[in-house]
Design a protein. Structure first.
Lengths: 255, 186
C-alpha cells in the first residue's frame, strides 16, 4: 500500500513548514503509518549526508574584487550624459586618444600574458585551499588510512592514471597518515596526508610536464601553501602549520 | 554631472554594499548549481549583481536575499537560453537532458561523499536542482523559494518532494543513466 502523504505533507512536516494543526494531524498519522515513518528516516539521513558533503560553494575572491571595482567605477549613465553635454573635441585630440588607447592596449596585453601564468597558479592555489578545507570535515580526510607507504602506494593503482610518489617522514616529524583521491579543477589528483604535531598537512600530487624550479608559496584564509615540481610531478603542500614547517617538508621531499 | 548625483550614487553604493553584497556567496552558489560550472557562475553572478545594483533604487526593503536570488536565477536562465538552448528549451526532460557522466564507474571512482552527491545533483533537471539547493544548502523557507522561483507557494512542497525522490533514485540506482541509454536505443 502506498501512502500518498509520503510524497506531499511529509515534506512540509520534515521542513517545519506545516502549521501547528496540520503538523499535529500528521504526527497522529505517523502512529499508524510505518511507511511514512520509514520515509521520514530516509529524509533525515539524506539531509545529514547532504549537509556533511559540504556542497555549498562560496564566491571566489576574484568575483568579490571585480564587483567592488565595478561598483566604484563611475556609473555608465553618468558617462553618457557627460558625453552628450561636452562640446565635440578637436580631431587631433581624438587621434591622440586613439593612439594612447592602442598603446595601453598593447602594454596591457603584454602584462596580461606575463601575469596570466601567475593568475592560473593563484586559481590552483585557491582550489587547493578549498580542497584542504573540505578534507578537514569529518570522514573526508583519508580514503586509505595507513602509516605504511607500501600500503598507501599500491592503493593509488587503479584509482589515478599515474603513480604518485609516496614517502613517509615519520622519523623527521612528519608521519604519513594515509592518502585519498581529490578533484582539483576537474582533474583527479592524489593526496598524501601527513601529521605535523597536532596539525594536518595535505600534499596534492599530479603529473605535469611543466617544469618550474621555482618554489612557490602563499597563504589564503589563514592556510599556507607551498608548491614545487619534482620528477615530472606537481606538488602542493597545504596546512595551517607555519611556512617554515612546509619548507622542512619540501626539503625532506626533494633530498 | 552634478556633485549632488555623485553623493547620491555613493550613498546608494554603500547601502548596496551593506545590504546586498553579504549575499554574494548565496548568489554564486545558486548560479554554480543552476549552470553546473564555477567559471560560468562567476560571470553570470557578476552580471546579476550589477543588474541588481541598477534595480536597487526600486527595492524598498524586505527579504534582500530572496530579492537578489530572484535576479540571479533569472540571469542564469537567460544565459542558458542564449548559450545552451538545448538544455533550456527541452523543459528539462531528462530523456533529452545531457546526462553528465553519471555511470557506475564514475560513481565508484568518485568514492567520496561530496563527489558522489555533487554528480547526482548535477544529473537532475535544473528545476529540481534549484529547489534542492535553495532548501538544503541555502536554508530558504517555502515562501522564499516561491518568491525566488516564481512558483506558487502551494507547489513548493510537491516540487521538493519530487526533487528529493529523484535525487534518491539517482543515488540508489547508479545505473539509471545507463538504463536510459539502453531504453533510448530500443
Amino acid at each position: 500500500v502506498n501512502c500518498e502523504l509520503t510524497n506531499s505533507v511529509l515534506h512540509g512536516y520534515f521542513d517545519g513548514e506545516l502549521d501547528a494543526a496540520r503538523a499535529a494531524d500528521f504526527e497522529r498519522h505517523l502512529l499508524s503509518c510505518p511507511q511514512c515513518v520509514a520515509a521520514l528516516e530516509v529524509q533525515e539521513a539524506s539531509r545529514s549526508s547532504f549537509q556533511r558533503a559540504g556542497l555549498y560553494e562560496r564566491a571566489p575572491d576574484s568575483l568579490r574584487r571585480n564587483l567592488e571595482r565595478e561598483l566604484r567605477a563611475p556609473s555608465p549613465v553618468a558617462d553618457i550624459s557627460a558625453g552628450v553635454k561636452s562640446p565635440p573635441s578637436p580631431l587631433w585630440f581624438r587621434l591622440a586618444a586613439i593612439a594612447a588607447l592602442l598603446l595601453f592596449g598593447f602594454i596591457g596585453w603584454r602584462l596580461f600574458s606575463i601575469t596570466s601564468a601567475d593568475r592560473s597558479e593563484a586559481e590552483v592555489a585557491s582550489a587547493i585551499v578549498d580542497a584542504h578545507l573540505r578534507s578537514l570535515q569529518p570522514g573526508h580526510l583519508e580514503d586509505v588510512i595507513s602509516t605504511d607507504q607500501h600500503t598507501v602506494k599500491p592503493w593509488f593503482d587503479g584509482q589515478v592514471d599515474f603513480a604518485p610518489p609516496v614517502r613517509d617522514f615519520a622519523n623527521d616529524g612528519f608521519p604519513l597518515q594515509g592518502g585519498r583521491l581529490d578533484v582539483i579543477k576537474g582533474r583527479s589528483v592524489a593526496v598524501l596526508v601527513y601529521a605535523r604535531r597536532k596539525h594536518i598537512i595535505n600534499v596534492f600530487i599530479w603529473p605535469s610536464t611543466y617544469v618550474d624550479d621555482r618554489l612557490r608559496s602563499g597563504s589564503q584564509l589563514g592556510y599556507n601553501w607551498l608548491g614545487w615540481s619534482n620528477g615530472g610531478m606537481q606538488l602542493f603542500a597545504v596546512s595551517d602549520v607555519s611556512p617554515s614547517d612546509l619548507n622542512t617538508l619540501h626539503e625532506l621531499w626533494t633530498n | 554631472v552634478s556633485k549632488g548625483s555623485d553623493v547620491l550614487d555613493s550613498h546608494e553604493r554603500v547601502r548596496f554594499e551593506q545590504l546586498v553584497l553579504p549575499h554574494l556567496d548565496a548568489a554564486f552558489n545558486l548560479a554554480r548549481w543552476i549552470l553546473r560550472g564555477r567559471a560560468d557562475a562567476e560571470d553570470v553572478a557578476q552580471e546579476a549583481l550589477l543588474r541588481a545594483f541598477r534595480f536597487f533604487a526600486g527595492f524598498h526593503g524586505g527579504d534582500t536575499r530572496a530579492w537578489l536570488l530572484q535576479i540571479v536565477r533569472n540571469s542564469c536562465y537567460t544565459w542558458l537560453e542564449k548559450n545552451r538552448p538545448m538544455e533550456h528549451s527541452t523543459e528539462f526532460d531528462e530523456q533529452l537532458f545531457p546526462q553528465p557522466d553519471v555511470t557506475p564507474e564514475s560513481l565508484a571512482i568518485a568514492g567520496d561523499n561530496r563527489e558522489r552527491l555533487s554528480r547526482a545533483l548535477e544529473s537532475l533537471p535544473a528545476r529540481f536542482r534549484e529547489v534542492l539547493v535553495l532548501r538544503e544548502l541555502e536554508g530558504c523557507s517555502y515562501k522564499e523559494i516561491a518568491t525566488i522561483t516564481a512558483m506558487p507557494i502551494g507547489t513548493v512542497m510537491s516540487a521538493l518532494a519530487r526533487a528529493r525522490q529523484k535525487l534518491h533514485d539517482t543515488l540508489t540506482q547508479p545505473n539509471s543513466g545507463r538504463n536510459q541509454e539502453a531504453r533510448r536505443e530500443l
